[in-house]
Design a protein around this ligand. Structure first.
Ligand code: DAH
Length: 351
C-alpha cells in the first residue's frame, strides 16, 4: 500500500519569489548570490526538485516538467541580465574615453606554406589523382640503401656525382651513414615491405656536396615515383609522366624522352618538356634550347626486382625522380635556387 504524498509543492510561489529576486538584482555580485540562492546546488529550485520523489507518479511528472521549464526560463533571464551588464560596462568605458575605438586594429600575421611545400603538394596531388599512394623514408640513410641496393657499388663512378654529408661514425673502415643524396633508396625500402602491384610516390629532402650557384643547392627536395606490376612497360612510364607534365605545366605541353644512364634502371631516360614560356622557340629560361629537362626515369632494373624477391620474368616496373626546387623555379620564373632557403620574407611572402 502506498502512502499519499505528505507535501505538495507550490511552484507558483517559488517562481514569483525567484522572478522578483532577479528583478531586484542590479549588479554582478547581486546576480551571483541570486544564482547561488535559487539555482545553485543547494538552491531553492534544487530542493524543490529533490522533493519530487515523494509525489504521486502523475503529480511528479507534471510538476517535474514545470520545474524544468522554470529552470530554463530563469537561467535564460540570468544570462540576458549578465550580458546587458557587460554591454553597459563597455559602453561606459568607451564614453569615458578609456577605449579609443577609432584606432586602427592590430592585424594578425598570417603564415603560409613555403613555396617548395606548395610545389611538392601540387606534384604529389597529381600522382594521387592518378592512383598513387604516398610514403616517406629517412633522411639519414645507409650506404646500402642510398647506393649499394641501387647497384651503385663502392667504386661505381656514378657515385662521384652524389657526394654528400656523412655521419661521423666509422665501421669496418667505412662511413655507413649519410644524408641521402636522392629519394631513390625508397624504391628499395618500399619494395622490401610490399608486394606488387605497387604505385607510390615518395617526397623528401636530399643532400649533396655542392658548390652552390643559381642552379645548385646543397639541400634539395625530390619526389620519387615507383610503379611495379605485371606487364608494366615503357609505354606506361611515358603515358603516366606525360599526363603528369600536362597537369603540372599545361595541357598543350609536349614531352621528349632521351636515353640516359642511371645504374638502377634499364633502359634509363631523361624527360624534358617543351619550354612553356616560349613554346619551344628558345628563350632565356630554356637556354635557347626549347626543351627543359625535368626528371630522370627508367624501367626498374631486373636485378633489383630479383633482389626484392620478385619474379622478374613476371613483374616489371618504372621509376622516376624529380627535383621540386627545379620545378618551382620554372613555374614561378625564379632566377636563383638559393632564395628558397635564405629565409627572406620579402621573397617567401610572394607565394
Ligand atoms: N635519383 C636520380 C637523381 O637523383 C633521379 C632518378 C633517375 C630517379 C632515374 C629515378 C630514376 O627513379 O629511374 O638524379
Amino acid at each position: 500500500m502506498r502512502y499519499m504524498a505528505a507535501e505538495t509543492i507550490d511552484l507558483e510561489e517559488f517562481a514569483a519569489k525567484a522572478r522578483a529576486g532577479l528583478d531586484a538584482a542590479t549588479d554582478e555580485a547581486a546576480l551571483e548570490s541570486w544564482r547561488v540562492a535559487h539555482l545553485g546546488r543547494k538552491g531553492t529550485l534544487t530542493s524543490v526538485l529533490r522533493k519530487l520523489g515523494s509525489l504521486e507518479m502523475d503529480e511528479r511528472r507534471r510538476i517535474g516538467g514545470e520545474a524544468n521549464k522554470l529552470k530554463n526560463e530563469l537561467e535564460a533571464a540570468l544570462k540576458a541580465k549578465l550580458s546587458d551588464l557587460h554591454g553597459q560596462r563597455i559602453a561606459t568605458t568607451i564614453q569615458e574615453g578609456q577605449i579609443d575605438v577609432t584606432l586602427p586594429g592590430r592585424s594578425k600575421r598570417v603564415g603560409r606554406l613555403h613555396p617548395i611545400t606548395q610545389t611538392v603538394r601540387q606534384i604529389v596531388d597529381i600522382f594521387v589523382s592518378l592512383g598513387f599512394s604516398v610514403a616517406e623514408g629517412p633522411e639519414v640513410e645507409t650506404d646500402y640503401y642510398n647506393f649499394e641496393a641501387l647497384l651503385l657499388g663502392r667504386d661505381h663512378p656514378a657515385r662521384d656525382m652524389q657526394d654528400t654529408l656523412y655521419i661521423d661514425f666509422v665501421r669496418d673502415g667505412v662511413y655507413p651513414f649519410m644524408m641521402r643524396t636522392h629519394t631513390s633508396p625508397n624504391q628499395v625500402r618500399f619494395m622490401e615491405k610490399h608486394q606488387p602491384p605497387i604505385r607510390v610516390v615518395v617526397p623528401g629532402k636530399c643532400y649533396r656536396n655542392e658548390a652552390t650557384d643559381p642552379t645548385h643547392e646543397w639541400m634539395i627536395t625530390q619526389i620519387e615515383v615507383l610503379a611495379v606490376d605485371e606487364g608494366i612497360s615503357l609505354a606506361d612510364l611515358k603515358g603516366t609522366l606525360f599526363e603528369f607534365a600536362k597537369r603540372m605545366f599545361g595541357q598543350e605541353r609536349k614531352v621528349r624522352f632521351r636515353c640516359d644512364y642511371f645504374p638502377y634502371v634499364e633502359p634509363g631516360v631523361d624527360m624534358a618538356i617543351d619550354c612553356f614560356l616560349c613554346n619551344g622557340k628558345g628563350c632565356r629560361t630554356c637556354h635557347q634550347e626549347g626543351w627543359i629537362e625535368i626528371m630522370g626515369a627508367g624501367m626498374v632494373h631486373p636485378k633489383i626486382l630479383t633482389n626484392m624477391g620478385y619474379d622478374a620474368d613476371r613483374v616489371t616496373g618504372f621509376a622516376a625522380g624529380m627535383g621540386a626546387e627545379r620545378i618551382a623555379l620554372l613555374l614561378h620564373g625564379i632566377e636563383d635556387i638559393r632564395r628558397f632557403y635564405q629565409n627572406d620574407l620579402r621573397f617567401l611572402e610572394q607565394f
